[in-house]
Ligand binder design. Structure first.
Ligand SMILES: Cc1ncc(COP(=O)(O)O)c(C=O)c1O
Length: 445
């Protein structure tokens, strides 16, 4: 290590972070540094990959608030991607920031040895806002990690082995989560994966029952069915309303745990606090993430029925003990997020604004049926389907040029999603819809 070089470089960067204003040259330098650092130290493939919005990296995110973010030069974008669902309450919602700052000034992380007050408070609130008898929470850091915990808990509690998941599902990319994930492109390089995952078609409850029956018939045991209430990464696929209730019945009949992955659909995104609330289904394990941290801190978790925790009496850490899981800073953000979400009825906001957007998109679909093939979604989880990846990419790129950020699904721009914060104003929504109208007219030519 060249100590002096490290000190020089880290001091330069700390100065940038601490600065309240930068010259034009300094702003440009941040952009060129970013591209260079990705090329040399992050992953050069990212720069050449065609993301749905941009293949030119002349903008970097530098500051944000509400439904917008700005680049180093202050160019403002309306965020209709919302970090794939993180920013339900907007970027740096002041009410969340206030609480997190207060906690930061008191203590940020925990010693690991003592009982954590904020983790306790948060877990109680989670039990209060999730349906039925969901009660005990396990708090962690990332979505895939929470999925791992759900899978492990189902195995631990049931003593059974197999999981039924769905084709095109997205549950994350760690080994267990990617085993549950139903996209070949993310699974193939890592096969053999965790054994005991069978994938069936989404929105087909009979297929789940058949899979369970067949496994049992050949002497296997089934621990759980893991499912997204709406498939997000697959292209915003909304199942019929009787799908989740049917899965609940099937799981009850065969003694299998129902695990709903609400990482993307939770915290009001689809118009109710949890998507399962719309069909009155109580899962055995519910997985939370993304918007759970109020758009300020990374925090995820699972909540499950009390009976599932009984096999942990001998060793409460058998499920997991992540160093940073349930840390006070993240928990303070989630507690503030729950308060804000309930106080301001964020689910209702999402339902109303989502209905407003969908109505306008339906009209645009009628006007441009060859380009806008379908619009679908619930609340503020909305997908627009195009004939090809290329058309979707062009649309996202053109919107980006008009300072509106939308996103595809991972490695796919055929379905472009609109997933803005619930606190986006109607004025901002109209700007987005106008831009979209303009882009569609352009693409039609
Ligand atoms: C439904 C669902 N599950 C799991 C994940 C994985 O979460 P993370 O990226 O935080 O690991 C995602 C991320 O998009 C998701 O949408």
């Amino acid at each position: 290590m060249d100590r002096e070089a490290v000190l020089n470089e880290s001091s330069r960067i700390v100065d940038i972070i601490l600065k309240t204003a930068m010259s034009t040259a300094e702003k440009d330098k941040v952009v060129s540094d970013s591209v260079e650092n990705y090329a040399e130290y992050v992953n050069p493939a990212i720069l050449s990959a065609r993301k749905s919005v941009s293949s030119d990296y002349s903008f970097v995110e530098w500051e944000d608030e509400g439904a917008v973010f700005r680049d180093t030069h202050g160019v403002e974008f309306i965020d209709c991607l919302g970090g794939f669902g993180i920013y339900m309450l907007g970027h740096r919602n002041p009410k969340i920031v206030e609480v997190v700052k207060a906690q930061l000034d008191r203590y940020a992380l925990h010693s690991q040895e003592l009982v954590e007050p904020l983790r306790g408070y948060l877990s109680k609130l989670v039990a209060m806002i999730t349906p039925g008898d969901l009660q005990y929470s396990f708090i962690c850091n990332g979505g895939a990690e929470a999925v791992e915990m759900a899978l492990k808990l189902a195995r631990l509690a049931s003593g059974k082995t197999w999981f039924i998941s769905t084709v095109n599902a997205f549950h994350g990319k760690s080994m267990g989560a990617v085993s549950a994930t139903g996209k070949g492109v993310y699974r193939a390089p890592y096969i053999p994966l965790i054994p005991g995952f069978q994938h069936v078609e989404y929105a087909d409850a009979e297929a789940v029952e058949k899979a369970i029956c067949n496994l049992i018939a050949v002497g296997e045991t089934v621990a759980g069915v893991i499912v997204e209430p709406i498939q997000g990464e697959a292209g915003i696929i909304v199942p019929p309303p009787d799908y989740l209730p049917a899965l609940r019945d099937i799981c009850d009949n065969y003694g299998v745990y129902l695990i709903t992955d609400e990482i993307q659909t939770g915290m009001g995104r689809t118009g109710t606090l949890w998507a399962v609330d719309q069909v009155d289904v109580v899962p055995d394990i519910l997985i939370m993430g993304k918007a759970f941290g109020g758009g300020v801190m990374p925090i995820t978790g699972i909540v499950a029925r009390p009976s599932l925790w009984k096999n942990m009496l001998d060793n409460p850490w058998i499920l997991g003990s992540p160093t940073f899981g349930g840390n006070p800073l993240s928990c303070s953000a989630a507690i503030a997020a729950i308060k804000y979400t309930v106080e301001w009825d964020i689910p209702k906001m999402a339902a109303e604004k989502g209905a407003y957007i969908l109505e306008k998109l339906d009209t645009l679909k009628e006007q441009h049926p060859d380009i806008l093939k379908d619009v679908r979604g619930k609340g503020l989880l909305i997908g627009m389907e195009f004939p090809t990846d290329d058309v979707g990419f062009k649309l996202a790129k053109d919107l980006f040029d008009q300072r509106v950020l939308v996103g595809g699904t991972l490695n796919n721009a055929r379905v472009i999603r609109i997933e803005p914060p619930a606190i986006i104003s109607y004025e901002q929504i109209d700007i987005v819809l106008k831009a979209l109208e303009k882009t569609l007219a352009k693409l039609n030519k």
